[in-house]
Structure formats: structure tokens, C-alpha cells
Design a binder for this molecule. Structure first.
Ligand SMILES: Cc1cc2nc3c(=O)[nH]c(=O)nc-3n(C[C@H](O)[C@H](O)[C@H](O)COP(=O)(O)OP(=O)(O)OC[C@H]3O[C@@H](n4cnc5c(N)ncnc54)[C@H](O)[C@@H]3O)c2cc1C
Length: 390
């Protein structure tokens, strides 16, 4: 193991490390051995939500009143890192879909809605998802077209959302809608919680390059009636709600990307030690050793950025615009590290790296969604430039 992720006491306390150890053990027992089968099946057992919830993983960061455990940002990073350890992005993405679907409910939902929605999601009984992206575009969130028009004490929702993680199974979907059709930009956007069993909501499963075990859906809303009490925050003030949500998602994705990169590195090291060519183990070849060091170097650099940024966010250190810019840069740096490591690992594994069942083969396919989802690299650079006043 040449990447040192041993506890760094100034970031992780012994309580953090106890949580990490319990989750690592769970992932090793309950997820890693099944990742290939679940990917091939295109799904995983729904009961897994309930089992992981028992460790307190789903409730991290939520109020005890709703069944959660108040926790700092480093618990979120540990969750992202340890779920990635199985090397199966589909399971991890689905298990974590509430981390993007639920925060707008917790921060902006009315009390009665919070009491109804949050506890069953944190106990793993129900599933939450976030639906922002539309067929017409995901990067330009302010231009979204799905409408929610007020009709008495309901909104009537019409439109489509695509590429929604957990979209097939979700019981609760936080949807970005336009409540003011006269306002074409960010000012007309609101956040609305739609119940999964609402009449008029239909869902289609999508086939993907990777994340096969996660269900990704195309959602269609045809005159779906949603009570006005499901509005999250103020009408026409939803854009900020989604933007804040994105910052947390991007930091979590950055931590995951470093962990996936490390999975590739470890698989490449194991292989290079075992595989002999021309009478010697691969690991004795300088060109292979250099590749492994290049991988470790990028992981350490990216992870260092992620931890330092998390520390700054946790302790409110730094100008908010600078923190947003750093979040964008951390996502780019860490997903590029993941891409580099997946590529190098597949090369070191040779033909075996092209075969289904190796971790590096899967991660090689799954890195693109990490570079596109939650804000693509190009959008991250644009946003960082704006925050830096360029
Ligand atoms: C497996 C998967 C799961 C997902 N899960 C969810 C989910 O749960 N919820 C959800 O809401 N969304 C989800 N998404 C959607 C994801 O967030 C979007 O795909 C992403 O934001 C990009 O939007 P887009 O695909 O519409 O691409 P577009 O916005 O059409 O962009 C296409 C390309 O053009 C580039 N581009 C766009 N604008 C510019 C510009 N101004 N300058 C330069 N380049 C530009 C982009 O970087 C990208 O490379 C998921 C996507 C995938 C693949």
C-alpha cells in the first residue's frame, strides 16, 4: 500500500476512525463480494438500504429528531470514501442518492413534511432522489423547463427529467421546477418534493456505460398534482437551494473519486507483484514502478486538496466564493486523478484489465460519469473562474 490514508489526527478523530472501521467492515462483507453480480443484474437488493442504515450511515448530518446523527463534514467524506472501496460506483451512487435528494427537504421543508419524509429515508425504508437535469440540458440549470403552476392548494407539474439516480425506485423526489413561466432564468425556479406514487408520474429505466447496479431513470410529469405544502423554501427562490446542494455533492464526489483511484492503484500493485513477464515480476520493471508512483502522486495531491477544503468549509475559513472555486477545482483534480489511475491500472493489468470483473475495468468505464455528473469539468472551470472574479 503506497498511498497512506492512515488517520490524520487533525482531520479525523478516533470517533471518526471507529465509524470508518465499522463502515469498511460492512462494505467488505456486504457489498464488495456482490458488486459484480449486482452490476450484471442491473440492480441490488432494496434491503441493503435498511442494513446500512443500522450503522447510522444514512442519517449522518441530520437532526436526531428525524432519526439522524448530527455530524461534521469529515463523516460525510468517510462515507464517500468507504462506499467507493467496493469499486462499484452503481451501488454507492444509489445508496447515496438521499445525500442529494434530502438536504433541500431538511433545510427548507415545512415541519410536517420533514417529519413525514426524513425518518423513513434515514432508516432505509424509503428512497430519496434529486431531479434537476432535463432532456434539454443539465448544465444550464437556470433554463429548466419543467413547470409547476399553482392551482388552488396544489401545483400542477408538467415536464421531463433525465438521468435521475434512484429515479426508478425513489419514493420521494426533490424536483427543480419553474413556478414562474414568465421568468425564464434562475428567478423562476423552485424546489418541490414530489411523492413517487403521484398519479401522472411515469418512469423509464436507462441503460448506461457504467453504474449498472444503480437505477437511472427518465421521469415524465403529466399534470402531476403536488400539494403546495411540498414546496421547499420560498416560491421562485429554489435556484440557491440547488446550488448549495451541488457544493456538498461535489465535495463528496471528490472524496469518492480519490478512493476509486486508490482502488485502481491497489489492484495494479497486486497484479504487478504477481504477474511475471520475461522471468521477472512486473513490479520490478522501472516503467511499471514509475506508473505506480505517478498514480500515488496524483491521489495524494487530490486527496490533500479535498481534506484541506473540507477543513476550511467545516471551520468557515475563507471567503465563500473562494470555497466554491476550490470545490470546483477539487472535483476536477480528483476526477482527473481517478481517470489517470483507471487508465494506468488497465494498462498494467493488460488483457485482464479489459475483462469484466476486474475493479479497474469497471472504474475505467465509470470515471466519465464522475467527470460529467454533479457539474461537468467545463462547467466547474467556468464557475471557478467566475468565483475568482476572472
Ligand atoms: C449516470 C448519471 C447519473 C445522474 N444522476 C443525476 C441525478 O440524480 N439528478 C440529476 O438532476 N442529474 C443527474 N445526472 C445528470 C448530470 O448532472 C448531467 O448529465 C450533467 O449536469 C451535464 O448535463 P447534460 O448531460 O445535460 O450535458 P449538457 O449540459 O448538454 O453539456 C454537454 C457538454 O457540453 C459542455 N458544456 C455545456 N455548457 C458549456 C459551456 N457553456 N461551455 C463549455 N462547455 C459546455 C458540458 O461540459 C458537457 O461536456 C446524472 C447523469 C448521469 C450520466
Amino acid at each position: 500500500m503506497i498511498v497512506d490514508i492512515q488517520p490524520l489526527p487533525h482531520y479525523f478523530s478516533s470517533e471518526h476512525e471507529d465509524f470508518r472501521a465499522a463502515l469498511r467492515d460492512f462494505v467488505a462483507r456486504e457489498i464488495t463480494p456482490n458488486v459484480n453480480d449486482w452490476d450484471e443484474a442491473g440492480t441490488f437488493p432494496r434491503e441493503l438500504y435498511g442494513r446500512i442504515a443500522k450503522l447510522g450511515v444514512l442519517g449522518i448530518g441530520y437532526d436526531e429528531a428525524y432519526g439522524g446523527t448530527p455530524a461534521d463534514i469529515f463523516y460525510h467524506l468517510i462515507t464517500s470514501e468507504e462506499l467507493a472501496r467496493s469499486g462499484g460506483g452503481g451501488v454507492a451512487a444509489s445508496l447515496a442518492s438521499h445525500t442529494i435528494g434530502l438536504p433541500p427537504v431538511a433545510s427548507h421543508g415545512p415541519e410536517a413534511l420533514k417529519k413525514r419524509v426524513i425518518p423513513p429515508v434515514l432508516s432505509g425504508e424509503k428512497i430519496a432522489a434529486l431531479a434537476v437535469t432535463e432532456p434539454g440540458g443539465g448544465s444550464d440549470v437556470a433554463s429548466l423547463k419543467t413547470t409547476a403552476i399553482r392551482d388552488g392548494d396544489h401545483y400542477v407539474v408538467n415536464g421531463e427529467k433525465v438521468f435521475i439516480t434512484s429515479g426508478m425506485r425513489a419514493d420521494f423526489i426533490t424536483v427543480a421546477v419553474r413556478t414562474d413561466p414568465a421568468h425564464k432564468g434562475a428567478g423562476g425556479v423552485s424546489a418541490l418534493l414530489v411523492d413517487g406514487d403521484s398519479p401522472g408520474l411515469t418512469r423509464t429505466a436507462l441503460k448506461k456505460m457504467g453504474w449498472w447496479a444503480s437505477d437511472t431513470a427518465h421521469l415524465r410529469f403529466e399534470n402531476v398534482r403536488v400539494p403546495v405544502t411540498n414546496l421547499l423554501g420560498e416560491e421562485n427562490a429554489g435556484f440557491k437551494v440547488f446550488m448549495n446542494n451541488f457544493n456538498a455533492e461535489r465535495l463528496g464526489m471528490s472524496a469518492s473519486a480519490c478512493a476509486y483511484a486508490e482502488v485502481c492503484l491497489n489492484e495494479a500493485i497486486e497484479w504487478a507483484r504477481e504477474r511475471r513477464t520475461f522471468g521477472q515480476p512486473l513490479v520490478d520493471r522501472q516503467v511499471i514502478r514509475h506508473k505506480l508512483v505517478d498514480m500515488a502522486m496524483r491521489i495524494n495531491a487530490a486527496r490533500g486538496q479535498v481534506y484541506e477544503l473540507a477543513w476550511r468549509v467545516q471551520h468557515d475559513l475563507g471567503d465563500p466564493a473562494q470555497l466554491v472555486a476550490r470545490t470546483c477545482m477539487a472535483k476536477i483534480l480528483s476526477t482527473q486523478a481517478m481517470q489517470f489511475c483507471a487508465d494506468q491500472a488497465v494498462q498494467i493489468l493488460g488483457g485482464m484489465g479489459f475483462m469484466r470483473g476486474t475493479r479497474s475495468e469497471r472504474i475505467y468505464r465509470e470515471v466519465k460519469v464522475m467527470m460529467i455528473g454533479g457539474g461537468s469539468e467545463e462547467i466547474m472551470k467556468d464557475l471557478a473562474a467566475r468565483q475568482l472574479g476572472l
